[in-house]
Design a protein around this ligand. Structure first.
Ligand code: UD1
Length: 335
């Protein structure tokens, strides 16, 4: 059985659904700090399967002991954590406390209960974004733009030390680029609790009328159209990347690092155009100042995942836009 922490969140829920569809038994732990209870029912309905759910903060040792005692867990996927780069600048202590403590508590509980395989949700934010693009797994890390990125990098280091000390045996550090899209049913998707920080939910909320216009942060970057370039990956492809990582950990011990991206740079304006085309809705945009901490360009080299995991992103930006729109249109106010 696989324990998924943060399994009610955006990437977590798509991954749980895919695990259930592929026949894995799953237990989910989530405290709904950035997700809604409704997603649990929807996952069960879509998968036509049940799974155990624990409403808990992963830092609660008693709760972790209960989960590991009640289920025969073979592997953990650790999604739970705070993830807004901007917010992390104002609340660094919350970010370090949450992201580091949950990772440490989980690792200790895994060790005590004899569970040695972990897939960890990391981020492109761990890289030094002044490096040459594309970023590969050997690109320099550190000099992160915000405490969020630093907290992820610190977790990677903690997990690496734990493996070196034989506290864990097999760890995959998955560095996500920019997830977009939603499940094709339109039943599960990204549902930010407040004003969206990320581009795609801001686009879809503008399209559905919840926001008056989209502010494009910077049109004077040294990029083909002056707007920021990112590596957008469909969340379903990202979810599939976790299955590939689980299979990889069957036969590979130690720490393995993989970029999960599409391997292609797309600008803010290109994404907006693709969305307008897919949805038939015009997005009112306004150019605004650059957002502090943003890098002009960030995209991945995904050769390592392709070679070692036999995985690559398959869905197009057009499909991702259509899926994000289906989700937002069917759920204008989220879950
Ligand atoms: C950031 C984090 C990444 C994290 C992701 C999801 C860094 C370096 N990157 O990615 O690790 O996983 O958030 O939380 O910390 N934009 C607009 N208008 C908007 C919103 C965004 O123009 O309203 C632009 C941004 O300037 C950027 C692009 O859209 O060029 C993507 O922004 P965003 O979706 O926030 O993702 P990142 O900043 O790349």
């Amino acid at each position: 059985m696989i324990l998924v922490t943060g399994g009610a969140g955006y990437i977590g829920s798509h991954t749980v659904l895919k695990l259930l569809e592929r026949g894995f038994d799953v237990a989910v732990a989530d405290n709904f700090i950035n997700s809604k209870t409704k997603v649990i029912e929807r996952m069960k309905k879509l998968a036509k399967r049940d799974f155990s759910f624990y409403e808990t903060d992963v830092r609660e040792k008693d709760q972790l002991d209960k989960i590991f005692s009640e289920n025969k867990i073979d592997l953990v996927i650790h999604f739970a954590g705070l993830k807004a780069p901007g917010e992390s600048v104002d609340k660094p202590l919350e970010y370090y406390a949450n992201n580091l403590d949950s990772t440490i508590a989980l690792t200790c509980a895994m060790n005590e209960h004899g569970v040695f395989k972990l897939v960890f949700s990391s981020s492109a934010a761990v890289y030094d974004l002044r490096s040459d693009m594309p970023l590969d797994e050997a690109s320099p890390t550190g000099n992160c733009a915000n405490p969020y990125g630093r907290s992820k990098r610190m977790c990677e280091q903690i997990l690496t030390d734990a493996v070196n000390a034989n506290k864990l045996r097999s760890v995959a550090l998955l560095r996500y680029f920019n997830p977009i899209g939603a499940h094709e049913s339109g039943q599960i998707g990204e549902d930010p609790q407040d004003t969206p920080n990320n581009l795609m939910p801001y686009i879809t909320q503008t399209a559905v009328g919840r926001r008056s216009r989209l502010y494009v942060y910077g049109n004077d970057y040294d990029t083909p159209d002056g707007t920021g370039v990112r590596d957008y990956i469909h969340v379903e492809d990202l979810a599939a990347g976790h299955i590939a990582a689980i299979e990889y950990l069957e036969n590979n011990h130690g720490v393995s690092v993989f970029n999960l991206g599409a391997g292609k740079g797309v600008s803010v304006m290109e994404l907006i155009c693709a969305f307008e085309k897919a949805s038939g809705v015009e997005i009112k945009t306004e150019f605004a100042a650059r957002r502090p901490g943003d890098s002009p360009i960030c995209y991945a080299s995904v050769d390592k995942a392709k070679t070692l995991l036999g995985w690559e992103a398959k869905k197009t930006i057009a499909e991702a836009c259509a899926d994000s729109w289906r989700w937002q249109k069917s759920n204008p106010n989220g879950y």
